[in-house]
Design a protein around this ligand. Structure first.
Ligand code: HT9
Ligand code: FE2
Length: 382
């Protein structure tokens, strides 16, 4: 009998996974070139850039994000191996080496043709969805020119759905918040934190179903309910934002975490847990904007504050990611067979997110074409 791998692998039709991330500097000399990559054409004021460069230099000029992605890559390989799934895991970034395009070129050279991308942003917005997909498109387009893809078997890239409401992500955050609450007095308030985005980007994220902030509120409610059940009490919580950039004239999502801490202290709150549900690892936004700035703010207000872990390589998170890979693979096989895929796993009030982006999904600004096609979409031009 002929050996047919597509029947044997639960990850089929995929033959490789691409861990797609933001990237960060590896040393002081990388900081400014990295920041120029990130902010090209974004209208970020020079003063803000200089300030952010200082955050990196405060930590020796290297971002922790690259080491964290390597750890996640290893954890994914371990979990796949444990389950007997043969799926190589590649790693590529948008803004620093190793770049996505180089990872895809290496995958192509190794004979991979159907790649599934796992983006290190859990939520859906321009920053966490379309911006990655635009860069995927550019990388694939350049590679096609350079390598001349075989028309019979072009390199095809799909993107795993936004996984903010996947049970594994919620469970890992629940564990982390419950652990952090064990370190502070019983009446501590939970402040969930995520990256701020411009109001215009928030509005544009609505096209995908629920806005970026609504996605976070749903996760926060799920986590607070699960932790409350575990500890046998009702939690009081808020959602706050960090890492605002852009000109002061441009409105971004609020309240800023520092302002919220000030307000809470004014209301007599004495202790808080900062729960960074918007980030999957302890990268610069977490170690600087939360551990350095926000914890200092709390200290100056006399608040007892503890920062909960990000999901990192926690077992429920990594297990959930592998479940998601298999869910998507099964859905692709069903579609190819003319069948209807099973609905994806999700907790909270929102449905499982789409795996293929609908027209208009996650634009920087609603109704405004960025002028760049985006991969992993129903229509790359919309
Ligand atoms: C929603 C969101 C996430 C969370 C989802 C996710 O995790 O992906 C995120 C993650 C990250 N953001 C990061 C770094 C930066 N983000 C910047 C700028 C911006 N981020 C934005 C949004 C987001 N960003 C936006 C709307 C801008 C303004 C420019 C624009 O409109 O696009 C700038 C420019 C300087 C500044 O203005 O701060 C830097 C240096 C790093 C790497 C950290 C490290 O090195 O450890 C990570 C993981
Ligand atoms: Fe999208």
């Amino acid at each position: 009998m002929p050996h047919d791998e597509s029947i044997l692998s639960p990850a089929a039709p995929y033959d490789a996974l691409l861990l797609a991330s933001f990237g960060g500097p590896d040393g002081p000399d990388d900081v400014m070139p990295f920041l120029r990559n990130v902010t090209a054409g974004k209208g970020i004021p020079d003063e803000r850039l200089a300030e952010v460069a200082e955050h990196y230099h405060h930590f020796g000029g290297a971002s922790p994000i690259n080491g964290q992605n390597l750890a996640l890559q290893r954890a994914l390989v371990d979990e796949l191996t444990r389950r007997g799934i043969d799926l190589p895991v590649l790693w590529g970034n948008r803004n620093w080496t190793p770049y996505t395009k180089d990872a895809l070129a290496a995958a192509h050279a190794d004979g991979h043709r159907r790649i599934l991308a796992l983006v290190t942003s859990a939520y859906s917005s321009y920053s966490g969805c379309r911006q990655y997909r635009e860069d995927f498109w550019t990388a694939l387009d350049e590679l096609e020119d350079e390598l001349g893809f075989d028309d019979e078997e072009p390199l095809r890239l799909d993107k795993l759905r936004s996984y903010f409401n996947h049970p594994g992500f919620v469970e890992a955050n629940t564990d982390a918040v419950a652990e952090a609450l064990g370190k502070v007095p019983e009446d501590a308030r939970v402040v969930f934190v995520t990256h701020s985005i411009p109001d215009t980007m928030e509005e544009a994220s609505a096209v995908s179903g629920a806005t970026y902030s609504a996605q976070h509120l749903d996760v926060a409610a799920s986590v607070a309910a699960a932790v409350g059940e575990r500890l046998g009490r009702t939690l009081e919580w808020d959602l706050a934002y960090c890492s605002r950039s852009g000109p002061p004239s441009q409105p971004w999502l609020e309240p800023d975490v520092n302002d919220l801490l000030t307000a809470l202290a004014g209301q007599g709150v004495q202790s808080v847990v900062l729960a960074p549900i918007g980030f999957i690892s302890d990268h610069m936004e977490v170690v600087y904007d939360l551990d350095t700035e926000a914890l200092e703010t709390a200290d100056s207000l006399g608040l007892t504050a503890v920062r909960a872990d990000t999901v990192g390589t926690r077992e429920p998170f990594v297990r959930g990611l592998v479940d998601l890979i298999l869910e998507r693979a099964a859905a692709e096989r069903a579609l190819a067979a003319g069948e209807t895929p099973l609905p994806g796993a999700a907790v909270g009030t929102l449905p499982a997110w789409h795996g293929v982006c609908p027209p208009g999904c996650c634009r920087r600004q609603a109704g405004v074409d960025s002028g760049r096609p985006a991969a992993c979409a129903v229509d790359p031009l919309r």
